[in-house]
Design a protein around this ligand. Structure first.
Ligand code: FAD
Ligand code: DHB
Length: 390
């Protein structure tokens, strides 16, 4: 097969890229190693920045998001004795939307199939070739077991942290920065109406807790847990009791309900440079991972895809290759900004070890956020999302 852009991975980055290219009249083929059901059900992020929402609308995939998404105009920061509301429109003129990654992916897959452009699910043995030539290619076995070869003008590696794209860049040309945090998040999805109108990020001596949601009847909640903790040690009763303790606030009660899903996710910051090697361009988790506290992972993947789509479109038009040549640097500036924000939110809210000095610093920072407009504005503008060309 021959196409203009070969896209590896049908997560948010690959699907957004494919749709933007399709809208610009550029052909692509997407190959994905999981099934459609699997990618549409994979439970992950839930907060969309305003820029992500506007982009999805502009792309023509915002109808269901506008019907079912929940606009949130702020968050609560909590520590014992205080629940402080940050009002985003007042602080920075923007908002965020609650709309699960599962729903974003369903909308994008439907749009892709409508566009008639190829999307291969359940491929195996994906491999990239000839990256340092102007005829890079991707080989794979399709779901029937037939060997396929895809020749392209360029390859977009949107295959997440465990994909084949990043490792295809020679180790001698790669540089990575990494921080593993000594804790993870135990996340649950529960059939329980949210006990809050907006998300609560809670500092507590027992560890961080967060109250999010997916709809007026479904809550999503998280608990900081040690890396050595097993899911089996967390009965539903124990999870609800710990959530009630850590999220507890005078005059407020947590509504519980059946737990539909639970899992533990480790937390990591990771950036790999370069984001371009010859004809291979990386986007999203293929190149970087942030801890989830700042709600940035999905939004960052979408931002990379937007920058890359604009650069590819320009390269087929009169503007030539300048944007494509600048892609890696432009994307990385924003990636490092979000890496800092996610690390900062994580460090401020999680309990690490038994260090009373560190705890006092965290509380001082939280009090500062609740009393200084400048400090609150900084959080708000990062949380609601910086411009794509930042
Ligand atoms: P992915 O969504 O990982 O998509 C990559 C795709 O490539 C996948 O569909 C994969 O199956 C496919 N693929 C991989 N290898 C191959 C191959 N060899 N051939 C073909 N296809 C391949 N972010 C938040 O902001 N908040 C959260 O609460 C949050 N929770 C998370 C929980 C978990 C368990 C994980 C893993 C991530 C979470 N994230 C969260 C991060 C967020 O979900 C990711 O940043 C986002 O999915 C990145 O999108 P992506 O398209 O770059 O990568
Ligand atoms: C959700 C996840 C996050 O990482 C976050 O910061 C806020 C909300 C969520 O899954 O809803």
């Amino acid at each position: 097969m021959r196409t203009q852009v070969a896209i590896i991975g049908a997560g948010p980055a690959g699907l957004v890229l494919g749709q933007l290219l399709s809208n610009a009249g550029i052909e692509s083929v997407i190959v994905e190693n999981r099934s459609r059901d699997y990618v549409e059900a994979r439970l992950r992020a839930g907060v969309l920045e305003q820029g992500t929402v506007e982009l999805l609308r502009d792309m023509g995939v915002g109808q269901r998001l506008d019907r079912e998404g929940l606009r949130h105009d702020g968050i609560y920061l909590q520590w014992p004795g205080t629940r402080h509301h940050l009002d985003f429109p007042d602080l920075c003129g923007r908002s965020v939307w609650i709309y699960g990654q599962t729903e974003v992916v369903k909308d994008l897959v439907a749009a892709r199939l409508d566009s008639g452009q190829p999307l291969y699910f359940e491929v195996v043995d994906t491999a990239v070739h000839d990256l340092d030539t102007d005829r890079p290619s991707v080989t794979f076995l399709d779901s029937d077991g037939t060997a396929q070869r895809l020749d392209a003008d360029l390859i977009a590696g949107c295959d997440g942290f465990h994909g084949v794209s990043r490792p295809a860049i020679p180790a001698s040309a790669r540089h990575t920065w990494e921080r593993d945090y000594p804790y993870g998040w135990l996340g649950i999805l529960a059939e329980a109406p949210p006990s809050t109108d907006e998300l609560i990020y809670a500092w507590h001596p027992n560890g961080f807790a967060m109250h999010s949601m997916r709809s007026p009847s479904i809550s999503r909640l998280y608990l900081q847990v040690g890396l050595d903790e097993e899911l089996d040690d967390w009965s539903d009763d124990r999870i609800w009791a710990e959530l009630s303790t850590r999220l507890g606030h005078e005059g407020w009660e947590l509504t519980t309900g059946p737990i539909l899903d639970k899992g533990i996710t480790p937390m990591r910051s990771f950036v790999s440079e370069p984001m371009r090697y010859g004809g291979l361009f990386l986007a999203g988790d293929a190149s970087h991972i942030v801890p989830p506290t700042g709600a940035k992972g999905l939004n960052l993947a979408v931002a990379d895809a937007k920058l890359l789509a604009d650069a590819i479109s320009a390269s087929y038009g009169r503007r030539g290759h300048d944007l494509l040549d600048a892609y890696a640097q432009t994307a990385l500036r924003r990636v490092w900004r979000c890496t800092h924000f996610s690390w900062w939110m994580t460090s401020m809210l999680h309990i690490e070890g038994d260090d009373p000095f560190a705890r006092q610093l965290q509380l001082a920072q939280l009090r500062y956020l609740s009393t200084s407009r400048a400090a609150a504005q900084s959080l708000a503008e990062n949380y609601t999302g910086l411009p794509y060309g930042w």
